[in-house]
Design a protein around this ligand. Structure first.
Ligand SMILES: *[C@@H]1O[C@H](CO)[C@@H](O)[C@H](O)[C@H]1NC(C)=O
Ligand SMILES: *[C@@H]1O[C@H](CO)[C@@H](O)[C@H](O)[C@H]1NC(C)=O
Length: 362
């Protein structure tokens, strides 16, 4: 309906069926759903515990998924992987990868393997949970303060596992609500805005401002770019570097109402700024969920928060166009970014599982 936007096929029905199947398996085999994706669903059906009907459901999930990728992926194609849960998403052969792994010095690959079963199970859990760190959460962990809380404080190791609990509470107090400030599906339609230079190719601004909540990242500016990125801003997700410049970040939203979500740890410098600048915006720490090695960046964390708080999530500015030469930002010179192709493939998987909608320029 909106120009420049690709509708994902109605796939949620299929992935819900699969989810149901995964939970059913968890029940009948007497292990928790969490264990399922550690040991892998594949092991279960290799031992013949899946009926033909179940196998058909998995097969149909996969074939629908492949169709969705080729219809919506701007040249991406999905291929069957080693088992029914696994697929690979492949870029066109003439794609020229530009991003080099700083450790190995190797260029990013053109083919990525994903586990659909694992993704469905993990993300459905995210959709039903709070992703903000709360006091309630720490208290409910077996040794929440001794084993976990200090990890969320910069140089927490020096706190001797929160031996002095009141000191730990004090350090976390400005960013630690008693209970979850947001609940699943609190907002109906949300937009997550990435920082890709592709955003300058379409004036999505007005469209973005129609969402119930808009989530931005790090130092992404609004002023001077409103016609492209809109001006509504509900949440802003911050990595370590941005969080250290909290005083600068709050300037980006003229209304000063953004909720700031910090991906890493609380820092004495941040506490001081919140108290003394003072910073009136709510500031929270994100819980850390693990998604394995795939696409670890701020974008995925933003998606995690959005899916835990919103009914539907559309993503803008996460694209790597088919003629991809270099990852650019809409507000600065070319930057290295990190793993742009891997990230793009991951978001394509998410779209074709019916979890999100990707907005593209044409
Ligand atoms: C979602 O969370 C609620 C409340 O914690 C729980 O009762 C319900 O069973 C959960 N649903 C799923 C599908 O996990
Ligand atoms: C624990 O921390 C509190 C708050 O910072 C401090 O007032 C108190 O002296 C500390 N207690 C010990 C035993 O170090």
């Amino acid at each position: 309906s909106c120009p420049g936007k690709i509708e994902a096929e109605g796939f949620t029905g299929e992935s819900m069926k699969l989810l149901h199947l995964i939970f059913l398996l968890a029940l009948t085999t007497g292990i928790s759903a969490v264990l399922i994706y550690i040991i892998g669903v594949s092991n279960l059906y290799e031992s013949n515990r899946l009926s033909n009907g179940d196998l058909e459901a998995l097969q149909s999930l996969q074939s629908g998924f492949k169709k969705c990728v080729s219809a919506n992926g701007l040249g991406l194609q999905a291929a069957t992987g080693r088992d029914y849960c696994k697929v690979s998403i492949n870029f066109p052969k003439d794609t020229v990868p530009k991003w080099k792994d700083p450790k190995s010095g190797e260029l990013e690959g053109l083919s990525y393997e994903f586990d659909l079963c694992e993704a469905v199970a993990t993300w459905e859990q995210v959709r039903n949970s709070s992703t903000i760190l709360t006091k309630e959460y720490i208290d409910a962990l077996p040794n929440g303060w001794e084993d976990y809380a200090w990890r969320r404080i910069n140089k927490g190791i020096q706190l001797n596992r929160c031996q002095n609990k009141s000191l730990c509470i004090e350090k976390l107090s400005l960013v630690l609500p008693e209970t979850a400030p947001y609940f699943p599906r609190q907002f109906e339609r949300c937009a997550v805005i990435g920082n890709s230079g592709d955003l300058l190719k379409t004036k999505f601004g007005k469209e973005i401002d129609t969402y119930d909540a808009v989530l931005r990242e790090n130092g992404a500016p609004i002023q001077n770019y409103k016609e492209y990125v809109g001006e509504k801003s509900t949440f802003r997700l911050l990595n370590r570097g941005s969080a250290k410049a909290l005083d600068k970040v709050v300037e980006l939203d003229e209304k000063k109402q953004e909720v700031l979500l910090v991906k890493t740890t609380i820092h004495d410098i941040m506490n001081k700024m919140i108290r003394e600048v003072p910073i009136k915006n709510p500031v929270y720490l994100m819980l850390g969920a693990s998604f394995g090695s795939a696409a670890k960046g701020t974008g995925l964390k933003a998606l995690e928060f959005a899916l835990s708080t919103c009914d539907s999530v559309d993503m803008y500015g996460f694209t790597v166009d088919p003629g991809y030469k270099e990852w650019t930002r809409y507000f600065s010179e070319s930057r290295q970014g990190h793993t742009p192709l891997h990230g793009r493939a991951y978001y394509q998987m998410m779209e074709c599982l019916g979890e999100i909608l990707l907005a593209f320029w044409f």
